[in-house]
Design a protein. Sequence first.
Length: 323
Amino acid sequence: MSYVHLIPYTVQSIIKSTKEIPPGIQLINAPFSWDHGYKGEGVVIAVLDTGCESNHSELREQIIDGKNFTTDDQGDSTNFEDYNGHGTHVCGTICAARNESGVVGVAPNAKLLVIKVLNEKGYGETKWVIEGIRYAMNWRGPKGEKVRIISMSLGSSEDSIELHKIIQKAINSNILVICAAGNEGDGNHETNEFAYPGAYPEVVQVGSVNLQKQISVFSNTNTEVDLVAPGEEILSTYLNNEFAVLSGTSMATPHISAAAALIIQQCEQEFERFLTESESYAQIIKRTVELDVSRRYQGNGLLDLSIGFKSRYKQDDQLTVLK
């Protein structure tokens, strides 16, 4: 029997109340996309994690459905509550709605399919993840919605053939699979650190930068990294209707998962047709800025959502946004 676990992360602070656009979301220029009318409307993102606090003021209207594959709550499949905090934090970065006094996510109009595959201690059997991916592939919403994106901030040092195969099936069914690179980085880009499923070539593997756009020292380096996003000092939703600042590639991943929802919405409106998985990936990579470091750190670079618009702003205005 093989296992997966939360990629180790750091809880830096817990906050009872806040009202701001988190710095990481500003760093990738998500507000620029919102100003153009794209907030992830109509896109469902499946989050495979420790569950989600379903009554959190910033998330309760964002959850479209959910299911538990763990042994928590005596294996009650209908109870996907989060007793760890990690999943709730990831979900907030994706689409917290700032309904009251709180934070806003990258794609505040997207919807969450919460799939609990890790228990309250942050561990799970690989078969739970496989079952969760299969569930996401077959899920249909009340209006016929389908999952467009699977987000996984989890990992294992073990390469599972079965997990790899189900991920390939999901991708072949036009679902983007976005995964954390892992936090075992040693600061040397010439050495490889692999965490699965992030290291599978078919997935979008996300590394981390800090808020100064510098590669996080903990971020795994390897030849399969696709791009990077903010993963340090990330403010998002947390347990007990509170908020927390966390760090890790787990925190970078939902920035990309949610950004994909904005990009899919934008491109499908512009092209007036469905985007395939490979086209969605290409559009994400189109919106990256190369950093002055090895490709093993950054892949294609740092996500920047101000790229890729037929802008109604002057160039000077765009430069102001990028500061």
